[in-house]
Design a protein around this ligand. Structure first.
Ligand SMILES: Cc1cc2nc3c(=O)[nH]c(=O)nc-3n(C[C@H](O)[C@H](O)[C@H](O)COP(=O)(O)OP(=O)(O)OC[C@H]3O[C@@H](n4cnc5c(N)ncnc54)[C@H](O)[C@@H]3O)c2cc1C
Length: 329
């Protein structure tokens, strides 16, 4: 048995000061951290419990945006009236994740730091470049039905599992970090890294950096947003494909559009090609289908996951139609 010590802090400064040491790690709701320690994937010597740090608020920003504290619980954020009204896709993405009990514990900061659910990483024995750089990727020729088709490399095809990160990426949210080197902000899109040649690095946080909050800029278009999650069963399951979609139309022409995908990318996937194809064009189903096809042109499929190409295109179409009609199913 490995010894593991524990302390609680109640300020950001103390959290960052304690986490300077090697072998330290933060503990928020524990819904991922405890699993990863049990599985031997995380091996900290000292856990720093940050639950007393006052970072649970959801606050208004000038211009209609919101600042979400890193320790706000998923269920609390999902049910905050300002989130429901201004960013329905964020609320929906949160409510479609995990289970009621998990969402009561799980924090927003922890959600962004969760690890991929790739079984070859988690089994602890298969070749996995995330677990051991250079060991190979068993998913490439293994059972890869749930794996990514966008942003993959020959070293890793694991999907990013977060639902809410998909909606956050669609609305250009940024993450606020405080660490030994000071404060910095990163777009959620830049926070997550593509696997490329270094799949062991999933995000751009340095050791000891603490997420203190997430800011979502005000955007009228987000009020019409939807989040669809397609999965093997209707609850307690990760996405095969998900889409955050919002579209604004002026005189029959697409004036603004936001699209991001989950379940298909090695990181939460902003569908910029589809957005570019739609902007300034007609807001009809034929255009939506063409844009979806453009986005998926870059897909690289494996033996078991080719179905995601068609599924993702259908999800994009459905998401855009639902946003256009102002109804989320
Ligand atoms: C069975 C199951 C099903 C799930 N289904 C879904 C799903 O469908 N969709 C989905 O999106 N998620 C899902 N999740 C993941 C869940 O949302 C995460 O476990 C949760 O959000 C993690 O938050 P936490 O507060 O419990 O983090 P913890 O478990 O405490 O920490 C997780 C990681 O984040 C780090 N961390 C935590 N807070 C911070 C911070 N503020 N700054 C820096 N690092 C930090 C920790 O050090 C640790 O590495 C599921 C989880 C489980 C167990």
């Amino acid at each position: 048995m490995r010894p593991l010590s524990y302390s609680r802090v109640d300020t950001v400064e103390d959290a960052v000061a304690l986490c300077r040491e090697p072998g330290t790690a933060f503990l928020a709701g524990g819904t991922t951290q405890v699993d990863l320690i049990r599985a031997g994937m995380n091996r900290p010597d000292h856990l720093i419990d940050i639950n007393d740090v006052p970072l649970t608020a959801v606050e208004d920003l000038p211009g209609g945006g919101l600042r979400i504290g890193a320790l706000a619980r998923m269920n609390d954020v999902a049910r905050t009236p300002a989130v429901v009204e201004r960013y329905p896709a964020i609320s929906r993405a949160l409510l479609l994740g995990a289970s009621e009990q998990l969402r009561n514990m799980a924090s927003m900061g922890g959600n962004l730091c969760q690890r991929t659910r790739c079984a070859y990483l988690r089994d602890g024995i298969s070749p996995c470049n995330k677990r051991e750089a250079g060991s190979g990727c068993a998913a490439l020729d293994g059972f890869n039905r749930g794996h990514a088709i966008l942003g993959t490399s020959e070293h890793c095809i694991a999907t990013h599992p977060s639902d809410v990160a998909v909606a956050l990426v669609a609305f250009d949210a940024d993450v606020h970090l405080v660490g030994p080197g000071g404060e910095r902000r990163l777009l959620v899109d830049d926070f997550f890294l593509l696997p490329a040649d270094t799949p062991e690095a999933e995000h751009s946080m340095a050791h000891g950096e603490l997420i203190v909050g997430i800011e979502v800029p005000g955007a009228l278009i987000a009020r019409r947003s939807v989040y669809l999650k397609i999965r093997d069963r209707q609850s307690y399951e990760f996405a095969l494909v998900s889409v955050a979609a919002a579209i604004a139309v002026h005189e029959g022409v697409v004036a603004d559009v936001r699209l991001a995908l989950g379940g298909v990318g090695t990181k939460p996937w902003r569908a910029r090609r589809a957005e570019a194809a739609l902007l300034g064009g007609p807001a009809d189903e034929a255009a939506f289908r063409r844009a979806a096809a453009v986005e998926l042109e870059g897909a690289v499929v494996r033996e078991h996951n080719a179905f995601k190409v068609e599924l993702a295109q259908r999800a994009i179409l459905r998401g855009l139609v639902q946003s256009l009609n102002g109804r989320q199913s």
